[in-house]
Design a binder for this molecule. Structure first.
Ligand SMILES: [Zn+2]
Ligand SMILES: [Zn+2]
Length: 181
């Protein structure tokens, strides 16, 4: 099961749409498991939030063995810099782990028109599929149409699709099957 935990209020219809798309992408039940406060301890001196600390400090929710938990916040997050510097952070996922945090602040504004809300929901879904993909040990994918293509890539289309390529999809299906046995 995929459990979405919001760290601030989100529109319930946006969350319902997100749950449906995650269910379609991974074939796993997905629900909004409630809201928790964004842990103040995770705030860093530049005003961004340390993503790993969000995951370690946030109040726990009830989960079962194979659950994956996706936290949503509009706060900017930072991750530990790698050899090439600090990557632009949309999400932080413990690779192969059980929890990830997605910063929705980078998604173009939701706006108030039907079209802008639809764009927002599609991008939110794409980034959520991406974050959860890392939890199923999916790596970044070269295919710019695949949800596992890096979110910061200059090759990303303006309105990226919310699907996994065949390779990534099959890999996720294998991982999900293995976790159930
Ligand atoms: Zn990624
Ligand atoms: Zn792919």
């Amino acid at each position: 099961m995929i459990r979405i935990v919001t760290l601030e209020p989100y529109d319930p219809e946006d969350l319902a749409a997100l749950s449906r798309t995650l269910f379609q992408a991974y074939g796993l039940g997905t629900e909004h498991a409630g809201s928790k406060p964004l842990p103040a301890e995770a705030e860093t001196n530049d005003g961004r939030y340390d993503a790993a600390r969000i995951l370690s400090e946030v109040e726990p929710i009830k989960t079962f063995a194979d659950d994956k938990v996706l936290y949503l916040t509009s706060a900017p997050i930072r991750v530990k810099p790698g050899p090439l510097g600090e990557p632009p952070s949309w999400c932080y996922a413990v690779f192969g782990g059980d929890r990830a945090v997605l910063s929705t602040g980078r998604i173009p504004a939701r706006g108030a028109t039907e079209a802008s809300i639809e764009d927002y929901r599609q991008r939110l879904a794409r980034e959520a599929i991406h974050s959860v993909g890392h939890l199923w040990e999916l790596h970044h994918c070269y295919d710019p149409r695949c949800a596992m293509h890096p979110s910061w890539s200059p090759n990303l289309p303006e309105h990226p699709e919310q699907h996994l390529c065949t390779f990534c999809r099959e890999k996720s299906e294998r991982r999900i099957r293995m976790s159930k046995t």
